[in-house]
Design a protein around this ligand. Structure first.
Ligand code: PLP
Length: 486
């Protein structure tokens, strides 16, 4: 790293990225939100092997413009409404830049004390913004750690809970361990359980439906646990979601937490998407009951403007995590402080190496302040409400679920109760809308129905973009003149 080369080329790169964001706003027609390239498109455009001699940054950036950008789906476009947003910000970007520049590997406290200590402090700050109980703060047995992704967060707590229960019941009881979630739970849960050795047939995905807006029915959980106990199984883990991936459903933490506590079962709250909204007092109610949970994660890269990737995870009992994940090779034994004197985050995660992610979270919190962050989130929710109103006013469409946050689930309504044709039409509408390149929306299935999802959260999105998106959808829907009803 030669500093003068970095200075010169770094400026060029920042200009390139700033122009990208400006162009996304000013010339959206040049940036189809959903990339329109075909599989394998890049192989024909790049040489078969790496160059023997250096090329210039200019040559490279030209290739980025001509060959890479066409293969980019523009998650930061104001017309991006698919899946959930991956929210960026200037502060988050600068934090990533500083992280890349310092490039430290803080796996133990010693390898960069600031990397560890800042993470502890910033996750305490964030826990306080979320009004998490003190048990989740670093001042007691709890604390936070930034995992790379939500999937990793769920995996490490399943491992921690598994080892905790096996310590009690004996390792040979692994085949009798059972876990509970719902048919709406993120797919990472099944993967985490299988990695942890939980038998596939012991993963209970409780059925949900429209009567609970696709949240977990507490009585189903009670029944499943009672039945499992009666059959000699060992219930040890409940995953409750606040803001499911499919429809932003919320599992009711208060009753679920009571059940978990009464049976001594570890309850984890996956609030990957909606957790960030809970820094607003009006949304905090969705994590009421968190006091009976053992752990919780949010994805700050989804809705807290912290750029990819940043998944804060809090646990009440850090020793469960450490007992499951610690490693102490000789080469890391140099000047190791006593167990409780410092945090060694290598023992709270799967990998050894780790990025200095707390920098960007710290910068986001400091450079915007919590009041602004709350307002950004509220803006997104209000824009979703605007879209929902458009849908509700058009009798060809219907809003399918009760909206809590910034996701609207909707569809072309069935004509004469014909669900099959309705599914087909919605599938076709989705493809047509996305092929315009103007906007990108995604879909899900709920109770066998093909549902369209409109998720607000890209930082450049304003009211006019939502209105334009609705105009696009509305216009393209006109082709479905089903049975002459429209
Ligand atoms: N949990 C929920 C509720 C999610 O919505 C997602 C991603 O959309 C995840 C977990 C997985 O998060 P990640 O992609 O960071 O692993």
């Amino acid at each position: 790293m030669e500093s003068e080369v970095l200075r010169e080329q770094g400026h060029i790169m920042v200009d390139f990225i700033a122009d990208y964001y400006k162009n996304l706003e000013d010339s959206p027609q040049d940036f189809p939100v959903l990339s329109q390239v075909q599989p394998g498109y890049l192989r024909d455009m790049l040489p078969d092997s790496a160059p023997d001699h250096p090329e210039t940054l200019k040559e490279l950036l030209d290739d980025v413009s001509k060959k890479i950008i066409p293969g980019i789906t523009h998650w930061q476009s104001p017309g991006y409404f698919a899946y959930y947003a991956s929210s960026t910000s200037v502060a988050g970007f600068l934090g990533e830049m500083l992280n890349a520049g310092l490039s430290v590997v803080g796996f133990t406290w010693l390898t960069s004390p600031a990397a560890t200590e800042l993470e502890v402090i910033v996750l305490d700050w964030l826990a306080k913004l979320l009004q998490l109980p003190n048990d989740f703060l670093s001042t007691g047995n709890g604390g936070g750690v930034i995992q790379g992704t939500g999937c990793e967060a769920v995996l490490v707590v399943v491992l921690a809970a598994r080892d905790k229960i096996l310590k009690k019941v004996g390792k040979t009881s692994l085949p009798r361990l059972v876990v509970y979630a719902t048919d709406q739970t993120h797919s990472s849960f099944r993967k985490a359980c299988l990695i942890a050795g939980v038998h596939e047939e012991n993963i209970r995905l409780l059925k949900t439906d429209a009567s609970t807006n696709y949240g977990m029915p507490p009585e189903s959980l009670e029944e499943a646990i009672s039945s499992d106990l009666a059959h000699g199984f060992i219930p040890f883990f409940i995953l409750a979601t606040v803001g499911t991936t499919s429809s932003a459903a919320v599992d009711p933490l208060v009753p679920l937490g009571k059940t978990a506590k009464s049976y001594g079962i570890w309850m984890h709250v996956d609030a990957a998407y909606a957790g960030s909204a809970c820094i607003c007092p009006e949304f905090r109610k969705f994590i009421d009951g968190i006091e009976n949970a053992d752990s919780m994660n949010i994805n700050a890269h989804k809705w807290l403007f912290a750029n990819q990737t940043c998944s804060p995870l809090w646990v009440k009992d850090k020793y469960s995590l450490i007992d499951a994940l610690k490693t102490n090779p000789e080469y890391l034994e140099y000047k190791v402080p006593k167990r409780d004197e410092v945090v060694n985050f290598k023992d709270w995660q799967i990998s050894l190496s780790r990025r200095f992610r707390s920098l960007k979270l710290w910068m986001v919190l400091r450079l915007y302040g919590s009041e602004n962050l709350r307002d950004f989130i509220r803006d997104h929710v209000n824009l979703a409400k605007k879209f929902e109103d458009y849908v509700a006013q058009d009798q060809r469409f219907e809003v399918v679920t009760t909206r809590y946050f910034s996701l609207v689930c909707f569809r072309l309504a069935p004509v004469g109760g014909d669900e099959d044709t309705c599914n087909e039409h919605n599938r076709e509408l989705l493809a047509t809308v996305n092929s315009t390149g103007k906007i990108f929306i995604s879909h899900t299935a709920l109770s066998g129905k093909f549902i369209l999802r409109f998720a607000v959260g890209a930082p450049l999105t304003e009211e006019r973009h939502v209105t334009e998106a609705w105009q696009t959808i509305k216009k393209l829907a006109s082709k479905f003149n089903r049975n002459g009803n429209y």
